[in-house]
Design a protein. Sequence first.
Length: 330
Amino acid sequence: MSGHHLKAAVLATAVVVSLAPTLARGGLLTQNRCEGTVTAPAVFKSYNTHVLENLLFAYDSLWVADSTGQRYARLGPDGEEHGSVEAIPVGGIAVGPDGLIYAGWGNSIADSILRRGLSKVVRFDQADPSGTMETYATGFDMANGLTFAPNGDLFVSNDVGEGPIRIPRSDPSAWAPFGNVWGTNGLVVDPAGENLYAAITFDQRSPIERIPLSNPSGHAPAAFLAFGVASLEPAVYPHPTRVTPLVGVKGLDDMTRAADGTLYVVANGTGELLRVNPLTGDACLIVSGLGNPSSVRIAPGGSAFDTSGEALTFYITEFRGAIKTVGYTP
């Protein structure tokens, strides 16, 4: 079983025990619908049965992490491919402060559980990916989500282990866990450059953790998006206070943010795109019915990819092989 199929299986067989958070919601499993206008999901491109893991808008292209194809593919606004670069297995992808593209190599749940230390981050020039690829940092257990801090430090997440990993720009070999938050997935730094937000996948509370960049040990939950007390590792919230019934789990995956700091996160287990205010914990549902969504990004405004006619055009990768678009005006 691949790491991605293992993730789906774990999400589908979550333990039915729970914690009631203080957030308003529309029901046991989901939030109220967001106010505003939403355009229905549309398929931008299909890779049939390929598992798609992540995506990035950079250099007038959409870069897609094709896990089944073991590569990062570069797409134009018409969905046509314009080259690819190999990676096994693929993870997150981001542009660094030097203008190079950084990508995860070794996004395997099985390897992480076995603590094999086989993962790394590579980087390359967008003009010649294969010819310029080099290893940036190596030796950790998983390279899932990626994001940069304002000072150029790189953060890498691990679904089923300690992390996130901080890779200092000054010495990439000196990487180390940052904040002791277990099971991080999607990573986002706020507009002020003060906090790192991390979505937690294998926790029935579906939390998003706030990790101060200047004080990682002072991390605390910014939002709970589901009921629950059960998780694979209780390091984040070891002391639940109230128990109520729950069926299912969201299984938060990757996330992104708008310019104002609002978070947008996909729930792999429940097929949702959610809007989250990280300052209040308030959340709402933009769209449901997605096919195990794994990542979400906002198309650059005014670009050829920004086609929905709404304020925001989301591009969403799915484990079921599709890249979908959703338009949303808050």
